[in-house]
Design a protein around this ligand. Structure first.
Ligand SMILES: [Zn+2]
Length: 435
């Protein structure tokens, strides 16, 4: 390669191609290429074909040395001279470039990996490669769909998590749109993402799963949504249903928030402001009592003394704390005693919000206690929710749910990405070395 022949080809790395010229501008590198084939058989009859003219096709490849690359492929047209053959003329094809594609195959694969595995914005890749948004999204779809449809991606699942996540925030034309995430609790991966959060949406997904697979599911963890409970009925009656502790605690927190806001409004006639006594302690009250230090405790009591004349907020705080206490014990018998005490306490309360909390707890009593038997929780799902949010930020608001699903599953769905050899690492040189 020393004399210059083959150097350009070695850099390009597309076998079967010869480099005719390389030109560069500030914006891009332009490489003129053609195939090295000189003898080609007719695909129809096998007779040796005759070379005709060439046409130039422009394709984007992986960026080179920081600039987008434009390949100018002088594509040859071949002709069959056999009089009885149906093939008249055709243009050559290459394994590196699909017909009518704007990107080489390897550039498409890399774009898919960046958008999927690394959750990078499609628009960023479009800039880097010098193509439009749709070209990248098409490549993500073409190379990514087989990865998420791979039957080996999700094996038999024992613990299934069902969790709601928002898909699109409310606008003037539609309310907040939700999606439902299905999670493998043992392997911490997203199995699927379903549009909507109703019982019908969940049931439709379950309808699509093989009966044998559903039988293998032993535990289902959900939040305290009636829609999910209804959606599971019929398909997963054999599985132990668990109310996810995070969501149970959140129900207690929401009750406290609701009472605080109402009392605030009733005593001061407006929504919470920075100087209002209850507003100032809202975060302290949501913190677990065992994590409050002496000073925090004092501040909270002071805020309650000034802002909570009828001890309604205090009552909600105590109810919230007793919900949290359910998870301080690991003993099922003790948990049963605590949950029944909490339900009874809430039921006899004068505050409507607290009674309503008690009703929710009573309705989910079996699922709440199932946690102490199974230890199953959506904890891993919450981690996955962060992944989902990362994809969502990269997308600047999705409009197409299918694109959203594809990108979220590529990022958090436990996809096996094609192996990529790693080069040796060059280490940082020490300062003052002569190298
Ligand atoms: Zn022929």
């Amino acid at each position: 390669m020393g004399d210059g022949t083959g150097l350009a080809e070695a850099l390009l790395g597309l076998d079967g191609f010869r480099v005719l010229s390389v030109a560069e501008t500030v914006a891009e590198v332009v490489i003129e290429i053609e195939t090295t084939a000189v003898v080609v058989g007719c695909p129809g009859c096998g007779v040796r074909a005759e070379a005709q003219d060439r046409m130039v096709v422009e394709i984007r490849d992986l960026p080179a040395f920081g600039r987008p690359v434009r390949l100018m492929w002088r594509k040859r047209r071949w002709r069959c001279r056999e009089a009885l053959c149906a093939e008249r003329s055709w243009t050559e094809v290459s394994e590196h470039v699909s017909t009518r594609a704007v990107l080489t195959r390897r550039a498409g694969v890399e774009a898919c990996r960046q958008v999927g595995q690394n959750a990078r914005p499609v628009s960023q890749l479009a800039d880097e490669l010098g193509v439009c948004w749709w070209t990248i999204m098409t490549a993500v779809d073409e190379h990514g769909r087989p990865l998420i449809d791979d039957p080996n991606r999700v094996g038999q699942v024992h613990g299934l998590g069902v969790d709601e996540t928002s898909f699109l925030r409310a606008t003037r034309t539609h309310p907040t749109l939700y999606a439902t995430g299905l999670v493998d609790l043992d392997h911490h991966k997203l199995i699927d993402l379903v549009e909507g959060n109703s019982s019908v949406d969940l049931r439709r997904w379950l309808d699509g799963q093989p009966p044998g697979w559903l039988e293998g599911v032993g535990v289902v963890a959900t939040d305290l949504a009636e829609s999910y409970r209804a959606g599971l009925a019929g398909h997963l009656d054999h599985a132990t249903r668990v109310a996810d502790p995070f969501h149970v605690v959140r129900v207690g927190n929401r009750c406290l928030d609701a009472v605080r806001r109402r009392v605030q409004n009733e005593t001061l006639g407006h929504r919470g402001r920075k100087r209002d006594p209850l507003y100032r302690i809202r975060k302290l009250m949501l913190t677990g009592a065992e994590r409050l230090d002496e000073a925090g405790h004092e501040r909270m009591l002071l805020g309650l003394r000034f802002g909570d004349p009828h001890d309604e907020v205090l009552g909600a705080w105590l109810a919230k704390e007793s919900v949290r206490d359910l998870y301080l014990t690991e003993d099922p018998a003790e948990a049963t005693m605590l949950v029944d005490k909490t339900i009874a306490g809430c039921a006899s309360d004068e505050v409507a919000e607290i009674r309503s909390l008690g009703n929710t707890l009573r309705s989910w009593r079996a699922e709440i206690l199932a946690y102490h038997d199974t230890g199953a929780s959506n904890g891993p799902t919450e981690g996955l929710n962060l992944c989902v949010k990362k994809v969502k930020r990269a997308g600047h608001g999705f409009r197409c749910f299918e694109h959203y699903r594809l990108r979220v599953l590529l990022h958090a769905g436990g996809v096996s990405w094609p192996h990529r050899p790693r080069p040796p690492r060059l280490r940082t040189r020490p300062p003052h070395s002569n190298a």
